[in-house]
Design a protein around this ligand. Structure first.
Ligand SMILES: [Zn+2]
Length: 118
């Protein structure tokens, strides 16, 4: 099954071409790319950017960045394949190592994936 998903994140329109034989997997991917987190706790609903970074071990992290308050909603990956969004924007506060993460779904990514210098 082939699906084209168009998603606008901030000022940029992304076109995702999904080619996946398994129809359910194709639709799952389409739902992830087509439904990026779009409401931040700060009230922002349209000023976002797709952001990513790579740590020293080569792990890649993808986030939706709220350009109003710098909070991020992370993309997670299931152990058995596929992706999902943490539909909650989290703001990392300097000098505070405690990150409020109450309902973390199963993910391979470590919770503390960003080096914010604290
Ligand atoms: Zn925000």
């Amino acid at each position: 099954m082939k699906i084209e998903v168009r998603t606008k994140i901030g000022n940029v329109e992304y076109k995702f071409h999904i080619e996946e034989e398994d129809t359910k997997k194709a639709l799952l991917m389409a739902s992830v790319f087509g439904n990026t987190p779009s409401k931040c706790e700060c009230g922002n609903e349209d000023n976002f950017a797709l952001a990513g970074n790579k740590d020293k071990d080569g792990n890649v992290y993808i986030n939706i960045l709220c350009k109003s308050c710098d909070a991020k909603a992370k993309m997670g990956s299931y152990k058995n394949g596929g992706f999902f969004w943490y539909n909650r924007f989290e703001r990392y506060v300097k000098n505070e190592n405690k990150h409020t993460q109450t309902q973390a779904p199963e993910t391979q990514a470590p919770a503390n994936d960003m080096d914010w210098g604290d």
